[in-house]
Write a protein that binds this ligand. Structure first.
Ligand code: ADP
Ligand code: MG
Ligand code: ZN
Length: 614
């Protein structure tokens, strides 16, 4: 990566000085040229002069100031500008009539300087504005001069955020190991960048943006660079967190700048790291200044994404490990409508990553990478890279010229223990529990007719926080679910917990999501689908808005509500018992499959079926 050498706070300071200086100069100029504004000038005249001015229709406003016993009035001078005057009070009975007949506004208040706002704008805002404009023009000119003569790597250090631009990242897909699915999804973008004409000829538009979603350290940044490297296009990158610490309006300007540069260099990749820092859901509550800035930046990003022509060959990649916190506007079609999961590596993926990072390290001949991979379930690519490096450092400390197996084993301990991670690496026992739990789901599903086939089972922790995952995909599209299918589905959902009970005799918190889903479905069967004998075809619950979350509201009496609860419990209980009996009948397969999954960490539906039908 190319670092920007300019310190982060240097430009910040000079901008502050600049604003301060501007204010000072404007104040001085004001004092010199507009003394009347600094101190309103009032001319004292005789009463007769006042009457003459009224008669000449010069006076526009008048008032009596009782505290000083004087008449204050405003009159037009030769140029038609307002002048302020005062005169003493004189017994004059005809004054009011005279004022009325000459159209003078009068009252008990001293005429206000009616043009204060205009004056303020003229004497303060406009000069400041002009100064800022001049300053920006100057700095832009400077930028242009500096940017022109730079080599293969260009840095743009305007204001605070840095846009890193690399003409050639030098990273390829070979440097990213174990993320085959993500790489597959990205090859199309590489091809598009190679020859955009091919796509334009047929009229196809590629997605403008793709969102890389996954836990920290799984290689999202690396993948983005690899896309640029594979396609041999420039790589512009900026991190979302850099926008946040900037002055108001700077974030939006930066985004504009970024896209301008990118469209000049097209085809190219624009990469926005940590997009969640600017792309958070906009809430209309707290009116804090910081939020405003973030919102402006986000709005500018959205505008730019909508504005530029997708066929030009600018592809925007973004990365986040908090996809659920992103504003929905970012995920709409034409923006980041493609989501590419970058999950933690499985066993073979971890081995591949260890090998990639060992390429330039002198290793013992008989290193067993498989063993290290098995010991690091749940570790990210970044951690594995660190393990290899720690092992090399240890070898040096030991006075050896190459890395031995024991160095790697030792560094697994230091790296994994060194990170205070919540649920990243499962203990061997936990891994076993998760394996049985997932196979429990899969087995119950497979042993019931009418349930969707299992396509993938994994015990690699997911971005969503799940420790394991059993994927079922319906063959073809399904629009109707029969009562039996619904009951089977509930049984499948309870299958995970059932396996835990059966094998370990104790239960864990791991089934929370299953329980929630099972309960929802059981309740819907009774209250919405008319699938209970008790309530027949009576709608007890209505969906408020099926497009907005689909929250429901109960439409029944308290008595009925209690009966529904009992019915829900009975439905789930029956399904749970069914699941347990299915697992009991197939306990050998349960053991066999769970052990297989424990070893492989991810198995396909075919592998699962072939073991089941052996
Ligand atoms: P993220 O952006 O997802 O947080 P990075 O791309 O910054 O992760 O990864 C940090 C480092 O970890 C990379 O520079 C690389 O050395 C290593 N790394 C992470 N994932 C992989 C992977 N799948 N293959 C090879 N190296 C990886
Ligand atoms: Mg990153
Ligand atoms: Zn489960």
């Amino acid at each position: 990566m190319i670092e920007n050498n300019e310190g982060g706070d240097k430009p910040k300071k000079s901008i502050l000085y600049y604003y301060g200086l501007t204010l000072l100069v404007v104040m001085l100029l004001n004092a010199l040229f507009f003394p009347s504004v600094m101190q309103r000038k009032v001319t004292e005249v005789g009463y007769s002069e006042f009457i003459t001015m009224v008669n000449d229709d010069k006076v526009t406003e008048a008032a009596v100031d009782y505290s000083s016993q004087q008449i204050m009035f405003v009159a037009k001078d030769g140029n038609g500008a307002d002048q302020y005057f005062k005169t003493g009070i004189f017994p004059d009975n005809g004054l009011i009539e005279r004022l009325q007949s000459h159209g003078v506004k009068f009252g008990s208040e001293i005429p206000k300087q009616n043009s204060t706002l205009v004056n303020l704008i003229l004497t303060w805002v406009v000069p400041i504005f002009i100064f800022i404009l001049i300053g920006q023009l100057l700095s832009r000119m400077l930028m242009k001069k500096m940017g022109g003569g730079m080599g293969p790597a260009m840095t743009f250090g305007k204001a605070n955020a840095k846009i890193y631009a690399e003409t050639e990242t030098g990273v390829t897909f070979d440097d990213v190991a174990g993320e085959e699915e993500s790489k597959d999804a990205l090859t199309e973008i590489v091809d598009f960048l190679h020859n955009p004409d091919k796509y334009a000829a047929i009229g196809a538009k590629l997605p403008k943006g793709a969102l890389l979603v996954g836990p920290p350290g799984t290689g999202k940044t690396l993948l983005a660079k690899a896309v640029a490297g594979e396609a041999h296009v420039p790589f512009f990158s900026i991190s979302g967190s850099e926008f946040v610490e900037m002055f108001v309006g700077m974030g939006a300007a930066k985004v504009r700048d970024l896209f301008k540069q990118a469209s000049e260099k097209a085809p190219c990749i624009v990469f926005i790291d940590e997009i969640d820092t600017i792309g958070k859901k906009r809430d209309n509550g707290s009116g804090l200044g910081g939020n405003d800035e973030r919102e402006q930046t986000l709005n500018q990003l959205l505008t730019e994404m909508d504005g530029f022509d997708g066929r030009k060959g600018v592809v925007i990649l973004a990365a986040t490990n908090r996809p659920e916190s992103l504003d929905a506007a970012l995920l709409r079609p034409g923006r980041f409508d493609r989501r590419i999961p970058v999950e933690l590596p499985d066993l073979s993926g971890r081995e591949a990553i260890l090998r990639v990072h060992s390429k330039n390290v002198k290793m013992d001949m008989d290193i067993d990478f498989g063993a290290i991979a098995r010991a690091t379930s749940g570790a990210s690519g970044a951690e594995l890279a660190n393990i290899v490096n720690e092992a090399a450092l240890r070898a040096v400390r030991m006075g050896r010229s190459y890395v031995k197996q024991e160095d790697l084993e030792e560094s697994v301990e230091t790296v994994i223990a060194g990170y205070q991670r919540k649920n990243a690496v499962l203990s061997p026992h936990e891994k076993k529990v998760v394996s049985y739990h997932e196979i429990g789901h899969a087995l119950v599903a497979a042993k019931q007719s009418d349930s969707a086939p299992v396509t993938k089972i994994t015990i690699i922790p997911r971005t969503s926080g799940a420790l394991g995952y059993t994927m079922q995909v319906d063959e073809g599209e399904k629009h109707l679910m029969s009562k039996e299918e619904a009951q089977n589905k509930i049984a499948t959902l309870t299958g995970g917990r059932s396996a835990e009970e059966l094998i370990f005799g104790s239960i864990t918190t791991g089934a929370a999501n299953d329980i929630e889903q099972a309960t929802k479905l059981a309740r819907a069967m009774i209250t919405r689908y008319g699938m209970s004998r008790e309530f027949d075809m009576v709608a007890l619950e209505t969906v408020n808005n099926q497009y907005l979350g689909g929250d429901t509201s109960l439409a029944c009496s308290a008595d009925t509500s209690a009966m529904i609860d009992r019915e829900v419990v009975a439905t789930v209980k029956a399904a749970h018992e069914k699941a347990i009996s299915i697992l009991k009948e197939n306990i050998d397969k349960l053991h066999e499959l769970a052990n297989y999954l424990l070893e492989k960490e991810t198995i396909t539906g075919e592998e699962f079926m072939s073991i089941l039908n052996r």
